[in-house]
Design a protein around this ligand. Structure first.
Ligand SMILES: Nc1ncnc2c1ncn2[C@@H]1O[C@H](COP(=O)(O)OP(=O)(O)OP(=O)(O)O)[C@@H](O)[C@H]1O
Ligand SMILES: [Mg+2]
Length: 168
């Protein structure tokens, strides 16, 4: 199962089980996290950062997050969006409301086609900044969410996925 693409893996498992194992699709839906609502934002300036924050708060509220959790989500998405504008110039952020049958949650998927990052362990440490800034955006965002994945290499851009769950 490819954990970097929950939707793709869901489709794959549904197809596999239907074709080969005969497991009802409803069972698959209960055990996999599915996206039930989604919004996509293009980010290339401060307006995009503000929109991403506002949409994350709106979807987060639907997932039942507390006001303080909504602020945490807005902070995490801000850091990632700010990096897109600052280092890649532009990129896309997709925010999804998640439902795994037990918990509701929010997923933030950010991708850009900027210069990419050569040394991921280095940028994930507190205090590293190529620009002489504080260097706490990425490690800070990572601490604020339940799941954090980053994929990047020079020339191919950067992709960040964050998930945070609330209880029903
Ligand atoms: N989307 C991106 N594309 C290319 N490089 C990036 C991207 N995001 C982060 N980086 C690199 O990772 C470094 C660390 O990012 P991080 O957000 O942690 O700190 P920062 O942006 O330098 O400072 P700040 O604390 O203000 O966020 C950046 O200095 C930059 O070199
Ligand atoms: Mg930053």
């Amino acid at each position: 199962m490819n954990s970097s693409n929950a939707e793709g893996s869901l489709e794959m498992r549904v197809r596999d089980n239907t074709d080969y194992a005969g497991v009802p699709v409803s069972v698959i839906n209960e055990i996999d996290t599915v996206s039930v609502m989604r919004v996509a934002i293009q980010v290339h300036n401060l307006d995009g950062i503000v929109t991403a924050r506002r949409q994350a708060r709106a979807l987060g509220a639907r997932a039942g997050f507390s006001p303080s959790d909504l602020t945490i989500i807005a902070t995490a998405i801000s850091e990632i969006a700010r990096n897109i504008v600052e280092y890649a110039g532009s990129g896309d952020i997709t925010i999804s409301l998640l439902d795994d049958g037990i918990r509701l949650g929010i997923e933030i998927l950010a991708s850009d086609r900027g210069p990419g990052i050569a040394d991921l362990p280095r940028v994930m440490r507190d205090g590293y900044s190529s620009e002489g800034h504080l260097g706490i955006g990425l490690p800070g965002a990572r601490r604020l969410v339940d799941e954090f994945e980053i994929a990047s290499s020079p020339g191919s851009g950067t992709r960040v996925r964050m998930r945070k769950f609330s209880s029903r």
